[in-house]
Design a binder for this molecule. Structure first.
Ligand code: GTP
Length: 616
C-alpha cells in the first residue's frame, strides 16, 4: 500500500463513551472480524465480548486497561487504504497508555457520548492529544438513544475545545447499531492526513522505529509493537535498541489484523509487531528507538519513565509463594511499565515488594491480574503517596512507606518540615451541584481556584487538593454529591508544606507496622479512633488480653481492651478421626503464620486479616 494511503489514529474519550464498542464496529465493517448477530450481544457490559479488550480483567470489568492496536483495510473510491487504529483506555489511571498510543498516531477520534456531553476526561484526553500535536476529530456517539442530544453536545464541544472541524461536520454515530460508522471511515480517509513519515523518500531513508508496547507470548517470546518512522524492516535484519544497546536479529515481522499476521516488511508510516528473540522481558523499553546496526540513528523521543503516584506493599498470602510472586510481578510489569518495583520487608507481613502505581484503579487492576492471570493470592497494604521530609541539614528524604517514617524524637532533633503532593483537579458538573462540590473541596483541605461556565447548564471547577485525599474517597464523594452527574480529573501540581503526623496502631504496646499511616494533623485523630474501633470489632476474644491503642505523633488518643478467652481449636471435631484432626491442626498452624497481627499473638481469620491490611 503506497504511503499516501495510510492513516493512523487513536480513539480517545471519557470512560464509557463507547471507544471499545466503536473499535469493534470498525473491525467488523472492515472485515477484520466477522459480523456478529447484534441480538446475541448482551446489554450487560460483562456479557459483551469486546474484541480488543482481551485481558481477562478487561472483560471482567468491562473497561479498557491496555491500549490495543489493529491494522484495518478500507476501500474508498476503488482504492484500498491501510488504517492503523489504536484503542485507548479512558480512565485517568491509564493516562500513560493514552500518551504512549498518541506518540504512535497522528490523528485522534475524540468520542463524546450524545447523552452525557463533554466530561472531565474528554477535556483531559483532548488536552493530551492537542499538546502532542495530533489532529482531533470529534465524533458524537450513542445517537440511537432517545435521550441523545447530538446538536447540543456538538455546541458544547465547539465551546470548550479547539478542533480543525466545524461543529456541523462532527460525525454522528451509533457504535452500537453501526449507524454512521461507514461514513466515519470515509471521513477518516478523506480528511485525515497520512503519517508525515509515510512518503516514498522516508521509506528509502535509514530505519528508525519507535517501540510503543510489548508483551509476552508463550510461543514467540517477547513481542514488540513498533511504529516505523523511516526506512523499512524485514526478517533477518540486524537491529539495535538505542536505550539498551542490545543487538537483535529480526525473526518475524507482521501486523495485527487483529490477530498476529506475518508480513514480508514493515515500512515507514506502518505500525506492526516484531519478534526479536529477546531473552528477558525487561529488555523491551517502551519509548525506545530501534535502527539497523549498520546505520545508527538518533532516538525518536526521550524515554521518560512514568512517575508512580501511589505506593503499596504487596506480599504473598503464603510466604512460600514469594518466588512465584516475584515471577508474576516481573511478567506483569513488562506488560505495564508504569508500575515501579522495589523489595520490602515488613515486621507483620514478611518479605514482599513495594510497588508504585498511577492510581487506585491501576492498583486494583494489577491485583486482579495477579489473581486471574497468575493465580496469586496477595496481601496488598493501604496505598500511600510519597512524602518529602526536609531535614535540618538541608537534605531531603522521600518516603512512600509509613513504616519508615521517623519517630517523634528523631523528628524533633533532625527534621525541619514535611511536604505532601498536591494535584489540580478539574470537575465538570451541572450548575446545580456547584455548592455541594465546593464544600467537598473544602472538606478535603482543598483550595478553589477557578470556575468557568461552559454553557447555561454546565460548569468547570478547578481546585487544588492533596493527592492523598483525592486517592481515597474523593471520586465516590464527587459522584455521591452530584447524583452521579459530575466527573473529575486531576494532574500533578507539585509538593507543598504540610503538618503531617504518623498514626500508629499498637496491640499490647507493640506497634503494628502494616497498619500505620501518615495523615495531616487535622485528620489524624479521627483516623486513629476509627482504627481502634475497627480492631475492637474484629479481634474478638483471644488467648490473651489485648490492649488496642491508637496513637497520633506518639500520643495515645484512643484505647480499648478485648478480654481473653480460652479455646481449643479442635474441640468441635468429635470422634476419633486422628488424620482429620492432624490435618486441621496443620492447616491452622500454616494459616496462623499469616494471620498474626503482632508478636505471634493475635490470631485472625485470613479474610479479616486481609481486609485490615488492605482497606484503610
Ligand atoms: P472504557 O474502555 O472503559 O474506557 O470504555 P469505552 O469508552 O471503551 O466504552 P465501551 O465501548 O465499553 O462502552 C460503554 C457502554 O456504552 C457499553 O455498555 C456499550 O454497550 C455502550 N455503548 C457504546 N456505544 C453505544 C452506542 O452507540 N449506543 C448505545 N446505546 N450504547 C453504546
Amino acid at each position: 500500500i503506497p504511503p499516501e494511503r495510510i492513516r493512523g489514529f487513536s480513539i480517545i474519550a471519557h470512560v464509557d463513551h463507547g471507544k471499545s464498542t466503536l473499535a469493534d464496529r470498525l473491525l467488523e465493517l472492515t472485515g477484520a472480524i466477522a459480523k456478529r448477530d447484534p441480538a446475541a450481544t448482551g446489554t450487560d457490559k460483562k456479557e459483551q465480548e469486546q474484541v480488543l479488550d482481551n485481558l481477562a480483567v478487561e472483560k471482567n470489568r468491562g473497561i479498557t486497561v491496555k491500549a490495543q492496536t489493529v491494522s484495518l483495510l478500507w476501500k474508498r473510491r476503488g482504492e484500498v487504504y491501510l488504517l492503523n487504529l489504536i484503542d485507548t483506555p479512558g480512565h485517568v489511571d491509564f493516562h500513560y497508555e493514552v500518551a504512549r498510543s498518541l506518540a504512535a498516531s497522528q490523528n485522534a477520534l475524540l468520542l463524546v457520548d450524545a447523552t452525557q456531553g463533554v466530561q472531565a476526561q474528554t477535556v483531559a484526553n483532548y488536552t493530551l492529544a492537542f499538546d502532542m500535536g495530533l489532529d482531533i476529530l470529534p465524533v458524537i456517539n450513542k445517537i440511537d438513544l432517545p435521550s441523545a442530544q447530538p446538536e447540543a453536545v456538538a455546541d458544547q464541544i465547539d465551546a470548550a475545545l479547539v478542533v480543525p472541524f466545524a461543529s456541523h461536520e462532527f460525525p454522528h454515530v451509533s457504535a452500537k447499531t453501526g449507524e454512521g460508522v461507514a461514513a466515519l471511515l470515509d471521513l477518516i480517509v478523506d480528511r485525515m492526513a497520512p503519517p508525515p513519515e509515510a512518503s516514498v523518500a522516508a521509506r528509502d531513508a535509514p530505519l528508525r522505529m519507535l517501540l510503543f508496547d510489548s508483551w509476552y507470548n508463550a510461543y514467540k517470546g517477547v513481542i514488540c509493537l513498533m511504529a516505523v518512522k523511516t526506512g523499512r524492516v524485514r526478517v533477518g535484519d540486524t537491529v539495535v535498541a538505542h536505550a539498551t544497546q542490545h543487538v537483535y536479529t529480526v525473526t518475524e515481522v507482521g501486523i495485527l489484523a487483529p490477530a498476529m499476521t506475518p508480513a514480508a516488511t514493515l515500512s515507514a508510516g506502518q505500525v506492526g509487531y516484531l519478534c526479536l528473540n529477546m531473552k528477558k522481558k525487561s529488555e523491551s523499553v517502551v519509548g525506545d528507538t530501534f535502527y539497523h546496526r549498520a546505520r545508527p540513528q538518533p532516538p525518536v523521543q526521550t524515554v521518560t519513565p512514568v512517575k508512580p503516584l501511589v505506593h503499596a506493599g504487596v506480599f504473598p498470602m503464603d510466604p512460600v509463594e514469594l518466588p512465584a510472586l516475584t515471577d508474576a510481578i516481573e511478567s506483569l510489569t513488562v506488560h505495564d511499565p508504569a508500575i515501579s518495583v522495589a523489595k520490602e520487608t515488613s515486621g507483620t507481613l514478611g518479605q514482599g515488594f513495594r510497588l508504585g502505581f498511577c492510581g487506585n484503579l491501576h492498583m486494583d487492576v494489577f491485583r486482579e491480574r495477579l489473581e486471574m492471570e497468575h493465580q496469586m493470592e496477595t496481601l496488598i497494604t493501604h496505598p500511600t503517596v510519597a512524602y518529602r521530609l526536609l531535614k535540618n541539614d538541608g537534605t531531603v528524604v522521600v518516603t512512600n512507606n509509613p513504616a519508615r517514617w521517623p519517630d517523634e524524637a528523631e523528628i524533633a532533633s533532625h527534621y525541619a518540615a514535611f511536604e505532601e503532593p498536591f494535584v489540580v483537579a478539574t470537575l465538570l458538573s451541572p450548575v446545580t451541584y456547584v455548592g455541594a462540590l465546593l464544600s467537598l473541596v473544602g472538606d478535603n483541605r482543598g483550595e478553589h481556584l477557578d470556575t468557568t461556565y461552559l454553557d447555561d447548564h454546565r460548569v468547570m471547577i478547578k481546585a487544588r487538593l492533596p493527592l492523598a485525599n483525592v486517592l481515597t474517597r474523593f471520586h465516590s464523594d464527587v459522584k455521591a454529591r452530584s447524583s452521579g452527574y459530575a466527573s473529575f480529573e486531576y494532574t500533578e501540581a507539585g509538593y507543598r508544606r504540610s503538618d503531617l503526623v504518623k498514626v500508629r496502631v499498637l496491640l499490647n504496646g507493640e506497634p503494628v507496622d502494616a497498619l500505620s499511616s501518615i495523615h495531616h494533623r487535622s485528620e489524624a485523630n479521627a483516623v486513629a479512633r476509627a482504627w481502634v474501633q475497627r480492631l475492637k470489632g474484629v479481634i474478638k476474644r483471644q488467648l490473651i488480653d489485648v490492649a488496642i491503642q491508637g496513637q497520633v505523633a506518639g500520643k495515645t488518643v484512643a484505647r480499648e481492651t478485648v478480654k481473653q478467652v480460652v479455646k481449643d481449636v479442635t474441640q468441635w471435631i468429635y470422634g476419633g478421626d486422628r488424620t482429620r484432626k492432624d490435618k486441621l491442626l496443620a492447616k491452622v498452624k500454616r494459616g496462623k503464620s499469616r494471620m498474626r497481627l503482632f508478636a505471634n499473638k493475635i490470631e485472625l481469620d485470613p479474610e479479616t486479616f486481609r481486609s485490615l491490611i488492605s482497606q484503610p
